[in-house]
Design a protein around this ligand. Structure first.
Ligand code: SF4
Ligand code: SF4
Length: 375
């Protein structure tokens, strides 16, 4: 085991390999408050990459309703139970990561889902926590809640799938930090499906190998965002590059949201993988639940998000989500517009702060046509 620095848990930790960060790290921000669980992302991925035989239960992208939804069954609660107490000392995690809690002879604390665990992708959908007494009316703020959690592989800085593989079949690309399975090396031992705490590696019984989200790397190589991003109806997603906190650049949209505004947080940072999908937490879920999912910074992140209306930069940048197919490595505010830029400052997209409102006249003289039923 090597000692590596994990900034998300504010300390060093043990990992199977020495620290070896890629030149650039693929990352994403998902604004949970905007997700409508339409599953367009799920289908966009499914039809692009996993429509073949042996891939029937594979959902590289899935969207589950929290707190009760989970795919595969209980992926999160089973590991949380095994891991035991997960205390934080302010921003430093004082519990054990899944690498530190690994049983003797194993590299990672994990569990392997069985067939039944993959049988119910929509379990718990739209089930809310809490209840309303018979005869009571809904109050605002109300006690019942749920939200949609869209999930893909996190292309972790310290991937548990990679650490678990006895064949060395899983690798992290130096050029973009994307984590891939080398199909020619994999022998289907399924240590990765046991080790990944997010359960984002899947076994294909037909080929006898493991497969996982590839972050649409052929698109990333062309400067394009992945399929699940560009098809997202709710415009909740932004793909890009993340720096280490001490190298954060405000002109990089992801650095701005994650490191400068601290409004987007990793999922289960206490597992210790330094995952690279960052979530803007939902504003209406209980603090304790958000704390468990996103760590102790969740409360502040919600406050920052709720105050975005008086922060022109933050509000403006949030309107850049879903506005272009291209990866946007840089941005700036230009009056009432937010501008997405290439690395060499060429304009990719220009988004107004507020969409203009056009009110059509009831009768269009030019075309001699009534635009509404009741002129
Ligand atoms: S989310 Fe799982 S499959 Fe993806 S890189 Fe991390 S450990 Fe590997
Ligand atoms: S396409 Fe977007 S809005 Fe629809 S479920 Fe997926 S992440 Fe949510």
């Amino acid at each position: 085991m090597a000692l590596v620095r994990n900034w998300q848990i504010g300390r060093e930790m043990s990992y199977w390999y020495p620290e070896n960060r890629p030149k650039k790290q693929f990352a994403a921000v998902f604004d949970i408050n905007k997700c409508i669980a339409c599953q367009t992302c799920t289908l966009a991925c499914k039809t692009t990459w996993t429509s073949g035989k042996g891939q029937e239960y594979m959902l590289w992208n899935n969207v589950e309703s929290k707190p009760y939804g989970c795919y595969p069954l209980g992926w999160d609660v089973k590991l949380l139970n095994r891991l035991g107490a997960q205390e934080w000392d302010k921003a430093s995690y004082s519990g054990q990561t899944i690498f530190e809690a690994a049983p003797a002879g194993e590299r990672v604390l994990g569990w392997r889902p069985g067939e039944r665990d993959y049988a119910y992708p929509n379990v718990g959908e739209d089930d809310c926590a809490g209840s309303v007494e018979k005869g009571a009316s809904l109050q605002v703020p109300h006690l019942i809640w749920f939200f949609y959690l869209a999930r893909i592989c996190n292309h972790c800085t310290y991937p548990a799938c990679l650490a678990s593989c006895p064949r060395g079949s899983i690798y992290k690309r130096q050029e973009d930090g994307i984590v891939l399975v080398d199909q020619s090396r994999c022998r289907g031992y399924r240590e990765c499906t046991r080790g990944c705490p997010y359960k984002k590696v899947f076994f294909n019984p037909l080929t006898g190998t493991s497969e996982k989200c590839i972050a649409c790397f052929p698109k990333i190589e062309q400067g394009q965002q992945p399929q699940c991003f560009v098809n997202c109806i709710g415009k909740i997603r932004l793909a890009g590059w993340i720096s280490k906190p001490d190298q954060a650049r405000p002109e990089n949209p992801l650095d701005f949201l994650v490191h400068i505004k601290k409004v987007a947080l990793p999922l289960f940072p206490q597992f210790g993988l330094e995952p690279n999908v960052y979530y803007i937490p939902p504003i209406h879920a209980p603090k304790s639940f958000l704390h468990q999912l996103f760590g102790p910074a969740a409360t502040e992140a919600v406050k920052t998000y709720q105050a975005a209306h008086s922060d022109a930069d933050l509000a403006g940048l949030l309107s850049l989500f879903g506005c272009t197919q291209q990866v946007v490595p840089a941005w700036k505010r230009d009056g009432d517009f937010i501008v997405g830029l290439t690395d060499d400052a060429k304009e990719i997209v220009r988004v107004p702060f507020r969409e203009p409102v056009h009110i059509a006249a009831p009768f269009d003289d030019k075309h001699q046509v009534a635009r509404v039923n009741c002129p």
